[in-house]
Write a protein that binds this ligand. Structure first.
Ligand SMILES: Nc1ncnc2c1ncn2[C@@H]1O[C@H](COP(=O)(O)OP(=O)(O)OP(=O)(O)O)[C@@H](O)[C@H]1O
Ligand SMILES: [Mg+2]
Length: 267
């Protein structure tokens, strides 16, 4: 169980540029939950993920995972149980290292300090994992990652973010920078990799695509100005469509003026 209680984060506090990015944000996510997160630009979605990962420190509130308070743990410590994939396919992999070296690095985070040599067994394991991506990467394991396409790199990052069996998977618009075909493939891969964990993983996926937000995963959270304003799952989620969701956004966010704009951004 991931429990986020009263999470508050300011940027540039006590300055003229002070921004309240997260405002007493609350969320409880059970093991096996796959939550999609929506909200307009600046709603605090990336800030939330950065606070969970430890890239940022909160001003107030707490984050607990399986009962343990983790919000004071340094980022490298949390990296042992958190997998992340960002919007930018260039992040998450090391371009000058070979495919197999990148994969080996992602396993290393679990066994910090232990040198992981790449032997034939491990190489075969990587080939097997790569072949599941259907991108032909299993025949190119010594290729430098910088030579791969954006879609191929993002697929590798997905693999690296899940291969070490994290407890939490954080996806921040991870398909947004890809062409429609690659985007579809990465989303399918995401669903397959999450499914492989058979309910043993917590997934948070930020998206600007409202349709995706309702179709992927089992729960949808809507953020606005740093708050959790709408949280649906089960039957309620099944019944709702994109138009309803947009309507909820304008009602709950109390922003009729942004309705049209957000609709265009979010669909
Ligand atoms: N490093 C930073 N320094 C100052 N302000 C920041 C910083 N990061 C985020 N903010 C501000 O905090 C608020 C929340 O930003 P955040 O990036 O979390 O939004 P978001 O929901 O991810 O938006 P988007 O959909 O555009 O990615 C915004 O007002 C943003 O300008
Ligand atoms: Mg963001």
């Amino acid at each position: 169980m991931l429990i986020i209680k009263g999470l508050t984060k300011y940027f540039a506090k006590n300055s003229p540029h002070e921004t309240l990015a997260l405002d007493n944000f609350n969320l409880r996510v059970g093991k096996g939950d796959f939550v999609t997160i929506i909200g307009s630009n600046g709603a605090g979605k990336s800030t939330l993920l950065n606070l969970i990962a430890g890239t940022l420190q909160q001003d107030k509130g707490e984050i607990r995972l399986s009962g343990e308070m983790i919000n004071n743990q340094p980022e490298y410590q949390r990296a042992r149980w958190i997998g992340r994939v960002f919007q930018n396919p260039l992040l998450g992999t090391a371009p000058y290292m070979a495919v197999e070296e990148n994969l080996s690095l992602s396993l290393k985070r679990e066994k910090r300090g232990l040198r992981l040599g790449i032997n034939e067994n491990l190489r075969n394991f990587f080939r097997e994992k790569l072949s599941e991506l259907n991108l032909g990467l299993e025949d190119n394991i010594s290729k430098k990652v910088g030579l791969l396409s954006g879609g191929q790199r993002q697929a590798m990052t997905m693999l690296m973010a899940t291969m070490f069996k994290p407890k939490v998977l954080l996806l921040d618009e991870h398909t947004a920078a890809l062409d429609p075909e690659s985007s579809k493939k990465i989303l399918k891969l995401t669903q397959d990799l999450v499914m492989e964990r058979q309910g043993d993983l917590i997934t948070l996926m930020v998206t600007h695509n409202m349709k995706q937000a309702l179709e992927v995963g089992n729960r949808t959270v809507m953020m606005d100005r740093g708050r959790n304003i709408f949280d649906i799952q089960g039957e309620e989620r099944e019944k709702i469509n994109v138009d309803d969701l947009v309507r909820q956004f304008s009602i709950l966010g109390n922003r009729k003026d942004k309705y049209i704009e957000d609709r265009m951004v979010l669909i």
